[in-house]
Design a protein. Structure first.
Length: 612
């Protein structure tokens, strides 16, 4: 550090030295303690008297220091002191996580950083090398640490970057998706020698199975002292900047001169504008008086508007009620029109059935006439069988009569019932539950789960033939019955779901189940709805149960996911899974809505309806 004064004065006693006193005089002043860091400077005088006797005088001076105002001189002195220090090199620990899916990469912008001259940037990156549908990993935090200085910067999930006060720049981002690399980056603009050493990049990861894992990588940085050539370049650069600043100063002086001239012109304009302003103020005073009168008028109008506003609000409420009533009437009319259309269709079908029954009845009447004739012919010879024939004839007549009065429905489209769910026996003899209301009704329900009272973890035979209880409200109609229904024409599929008291549905315009020899392969497409398409993944797949594995993986998805479905590897939906399961992946799932909810649906209903 420089002294406050330019020279040091040493007081030596006695004040006068002459040849009579000292035959020989030697003045030796030295500065100790590494020169610049000294606080006491000493000077000694040695000599001899006329009698040849040696003698010496000693004096010391205490000095004060002040902080240098020129940062460049301070740095040059420091670099000269440290110029002979050894130069260390940067080494990088290129370790990698043994995890095949995840990796941490740690890099710096340079191998050797020159102290206080070059910036340093470190970047810690977390990468997901490949995705695994059976296991997901979530990055929780990233750290950059120094072996002695501790945490340099860190970032936690969904939080901003935290950094040390000596950093000029720190930034980072943690992404939930593995499609983008998460990162943490720090930059020093003024690196010190003390910041050499080992740096660590650490990533804390949480896996879907509950495991926690920490990945890390190390870099060894070497901060070296700059050479004199480096300092000369810095000085040259600063001198260039000084020249450039000098030019800017000259330009600014010229600009200031122009500004002064402009200010003088503007001052004259201001004087002129002041006169105009005085005139304007008088005009404003007059306008204020007019404004006060207008404000009084506006206040009166506001009171009038407020009085009428209450009447308008009352009228608006009445209008809203009328609009809701009109909307309700329109909905009732639409429902009635749909019911009338359905009734007309059923009447037409019944008329055709009545015509056919009338023909059958006429045939039966002719048969009865023939039987009567035969009966009369053989009456005398077959009197013992008279009662039996009469009984048989009465039964036949009763059967014909019943046929003319009622016939079972061909499908759920022919069922009209005030209940939303009703159980009927179709003309084919199949007993089914019909949905008579949803989207116009006419749906045959083939899978329904509402309370978990029926176990759906069953084998191939039970899923083929069907199981459950209509009274309980949980059942599966059977793949063979679904195949027979969908093989007779074109059918729509609808799936209704409830998750956390929110209703969802998925509807498909293409749906068919093939026969048992094709392992009840599913064909599905043409999605619409608000539940998301979680059935596309299973298109063209075979049905699998725990005792008949037809999926495309070496594992048995039916066993692993505790269900029965058209599994692939394994599923995007699993509506025959374990009811109320807390085990991830085994619950009643429709991944489009349940994947982020971490809970299965509380209601599922799968149903089909033939196209008109």
């Amino acid at each position: 550090m420089p002294l406050i004064t330019s020279e040091l004065v040493i007081d030596v006693q006695p004040d006068i030295i002459s040849a009579e006193i000292t035959a020989q005089l030697v003045i030796n002043c030295s500065i100790t303690n590494n020169q610049l860091e000294a606080t006491v400077y000493r000077c000694s005088v040695k000599g001899g008297d006329p009698n040849k006797k040696d003698m010496s005088l000693f004096s010391k001076k205490t000095v004060e220091y002040e902080t240098n105002s020129t940062a460049l001189i301070k740095e040059i002195r420091r670099y000269k002191i440290d110029e002979n220090k050894c130069i260390c090199s940067l080494t990088s620990n290129d370790s990698r996580s043994t995890n095949k899916r995840l990796r941490v990469n740690f890099s710096g912008n340079s191998e050797i950083i020159k102290e206080r001259l070059e910036p340093l940037t470190l970047k810690c990156t977390f990468q997901v090398l490949n995705q695994d549908e059976n296991e997901t990993s979530s990055l929780q935090s990233l750290y950059i640490l120094h072996e002695t200085n501790g945490v340099i910067a860190n970032i936690n999930k969904n939080q901003p970057v935290l950094q040390g006060s000596h950093l000029k720049d720190a930034q980072g981002k943690i992404f939930d998706s593995g499609l983008k690399d998460s990162y943490l980056q720090v930059t020093w603009s003024n690196v010190k020698f003390s910041e050499s050493g080992k740096y660590f990049c650490e990533a804390n990861v949480k896996h879907s199975d509950g495991r926690a894992e920490r990945l890390s990588e190390m870099l060894i940085l070497a901060v070296v002292s700059p050479t004199v050539d480096d300092l000369v370049k810095v000085v040259e650069k600063l001198l260039g900047q000084v020249d450039e600043d000098t030019k800017h100063i000259q330009e600014n002086k010229q600009n200031i001169k122009h500004i002064k001239e402009e200010l003088k012109t503007k001052e004259q304009n201001i004087l002129s504008n002041t006169a105009d302003l005085n005139s304007t103020q008088q005009t404003i005073g007059s306008m204020k008086e007019d404004l006060a009168i207008n404000q009084h008028n506006i206040s009166s109008l506001k009171n009038y508007v407020a009085a009428n506003l209450e009447s308008l609000q009352s009228i608006q409420e009445d209008l809203n009620i009328q609009q809701r009533n009109i909307k309700s009437v329109k909905e009732d009319i639409a429902i009635n029109q749909q019911n009338i259309s359905t009734i007309k269709t059923e009447v037409a079908v019944n008329e055709e059935n009545l015509i056919n029954l009338q023909k059958d009845f006429n045939i039966q009447q002719r048969n009865i006439t023939s039987i009567k004739e035969d009966f009369n012919t053989f009456y005398k010879s077959m009197s013992s069988f008279q009662e039996i024939n009469i009984a048989n004839l009465s039964a036949t007549l009763e059967k014909v009569k019943n046929q003319t009065e009622w016939s079972p429905p061909i499908s759920c489209r022919n069922v009209i019932n005030k209940d939303e769910r009703t159980v009927v026996v179709l003309a084919s003899g199949l007993k089914v539950m019909c949905d008579t209301k949803t989207d116009g009704g006419g749906w045959v329900i083939f899978q329904r789960r509402i309370n978990g009272k029926v176990d759906f973890y069953r084998g191939w035979k039970e899923y083929r033939d069907g199981f459950g209880d209509y009274n309980i409200g949980e059942f599966y109609l059977g793949n063979e019955n679904i195949f027979k229904l969908t093989s007779t024409g074109k059918y729509d599929l609808r799936i209704d779901l409830i998750l956390k008291n929110q209703a969802y549905y998925a509807q498909y315009s293409i749906f068919q189940i093939l026969s048992e020899k094709d392992n009840y392969k599913i064909n599905v497409g043409g999605y619409s709805g608000n539940a998301g398409d979680s059935l596309w993944y299973h298109n063209d797949m075979y049905f699998s149960t725990f005792d008949n594995d037809n999926d495309k993986t070496s594992r048995n998805c039916a066993v692993e996911k505790h269900g029965a479905w058209w599994y692939r590897i394994c599923y995007e939906s699993n509506l025959n899974g374990k009811w109320g399961s807390s085990e991830r992946g085994k619950e009643v799932n429709w991944n489009s809505i349940t994947e982020t909810a971490y809970v299965g649906v509380s209601f599922t209903e799968m149903k089909i309806r033939e196209r008109e």
